[in-house]
Design a protein around this ligand. Structure first.
Ligand SMILES: *Cc1c(COP(=O)(O)O)cnc(C)c1O
Length: 432
């Protein structure tokens, strides 16, 4: 009935998430409110972890891409599921560190890391630094030498794969700000140089071809290209790169029409390709990493809003305005992303209208979505927007000096705050 399988309707006709009444959550914690289903986060982590082991073996590791949704509680949950983490800034590293995350299971990404970020990563024993460009390699070598350390790195490679997804989230092609190009020889030269660095150990090659990708073929293709490169390095430079990181980007179901493959199928197919290519190329099976972000966090989340104004413009459209908007839900204004919405207190009623759900920010583009199929919504109703667990809270802002909503975790009928709602004093905290 709903896009996420953890949603249901209780005897009051209220929408439930993991058995918890969303209308009661809205009453208890206020709106807008981010709600995360702990059980689903855990099962998404463990499904990736277990299928990595089942289809690829012991030499595999899953890293949750924390940019999708990061807070200390999320880091603790991920750590307790025994998977690693990706971080793309000192802020994400610091969050993980403070949450007690095992730093050796972290990959540190970014196309423009500062010296302060590199030093922080080296000082705190981050597992891998994924080096994006040659000047970063030079800076890291100098930092490591000064500290008498030898960090393990991977190189971010652009494998030249065209994944069919939105242009803004496509990252594998040659015209991208991320990584070293294969075609031009840039990647090969970087590997050669890294092998001559005394204070760097080259542990792997990394690629990430994009996000919200449904097709498994581009991942298989990327694996083949990357293994071909590992074989070339072995032949020409006499060094077998031990690690292969295939990034994240697995698509999720935002709308009924979306049809992602189960994680298990993804890992089965990609593992098979990596193993058979290694055999063909005479390579040792590399240590394999994947980095799912959206697919772990997004389906586990939803956002609750209270309806304010209802504006019917005859023959044009009906606007339903809610108490949040682009500041807490920026993906519509960024990518025209689609979501399913439900009037939480009328969850068992028919969807009788097509409406535009609008936010409260001073931008006409501040919409949650257009042409959304919805139960008849009036002032005071609670609207739930589904599958908002990734790239919502993490991309939220204080635009219009709105306070960021709280994040609540639910688990089998219980709920707890993971991130407090910002107060008005938080809004002026750094003002002098
Ligand atoms: C964003 C990103 C991910 C996660 O992507 P999802 O689409 O959220 O799975 C993984 N690895 C890298 C390097 C990324 O930039």
């Amino acid at each position: 009935m709903f896009v996420s399988e953890n949603l249901g309707v209780n005897e009051k006709g209220h929408l439930t998430v993991s058995g918890t009444d969303t209308v009661e959550l809205a009453a208890e914690y206020g709106t807008p409110l981010y709600v995360m289903d702990e059980e689903m986060v855990r099962s998404n982590c463990s499904r990736f972890r277990d299928s990595m082991k089942k289809f690829y073996g012991e030499k595999g590791e899953v890293h949750y891409a924390s940019k999708a949704f990061s807070c200390m509680e999320m880091c603790r949950i991920v750590a307790s599921e025994g998977i690693g983490l990706d971080a793309v800034s000192i802020g994400e590293l610091y969050t993980a560190l403070k949450a007690g995350f095992p730093m050796e299971k972290i990959g540190f990404h970014g196309n423009n890391k500062t010296d302060a970020e590199l030093e922080f990563a080296v000082d705190n024993g981050v597992g891998h630094i994924i080096v994006d460009n040659i000047s970063e390699l030079h800076r890291l070598e100098a930092i490591a030498a000064a500290k008498g350390k030898k960090p393990a790195i991977m190189f971010r490679i652009k494998p030249g794969i065209d994944a069919h997804t939105h242009d803004f989230v496509k990252t594998g092609q040659i015209d991208s700000k991320f990584g070293f190009a294969l075609e031009t020889g840039e990647a090969f030269d970087a590997v050669k140089e890294a092998l001559s660095c005394e204070n760097i150990s080259l542990a792997g090659l990394h690629c990430h071809i994009g996000s919200q990708i449904f097709d498994i073929a581009p991942f298989e293709e990327a694996a083949k290209v990357m293994l071909g490169f590992i074989a070339k390095i072995k032949t020409e430079l006499g060094y077998e790169v031990p690690g292969l990181n295939l990034g994240g980007g697995f698509g999720i179901k935002y709308m009924d029409k979306d049809d992602p493959q189960p994680f298990e199928v993804f890992l089965e197919r990609v593992s098979a390709v990596v193993k058979s290519e290694c055999e063909k190329l005479g390579l040792t099976q590399p240590f394999m990493y994947i980095e799912p972000g959206r697919s772990i966090a997004a389906p586990a989340g939803l956002t609750l809003y209270t309806v304010g104004a209802r504006k019917e413009i005859p023959n044009i459209r009906t606007y339903i305005s809610v108490d949040g908007g682009m500041a807490d839900s920026p993906r519509y204004i960024l990518y025209k992303s689609e979501y399913e919405a439900i009037v939480a207190n009328k969850a068992n009623e028919e969807r009788t209208e097509k409406v535009t759900i609008a936010g409260k920010c001073c931008e006409s583009g501040d919409l949650i979505g257009e042409n959304m199929s919805l139960q008849h919504a009036e002032s005071g109703d609670i609207i739930a927007v589904c599958a908002t667990g990734a790239y919502n809270y993490s991309m939220s802002s204080n635009y219009n000096r709105l306070q960021k909503p709280a994040v609540v975790f639910v688990n089998k009928g219980t709920s707890r705050i993971a991130v407090k709602r910002e107060t008005l004093d938080d809004i002026i905290r750094n003002d002098v």
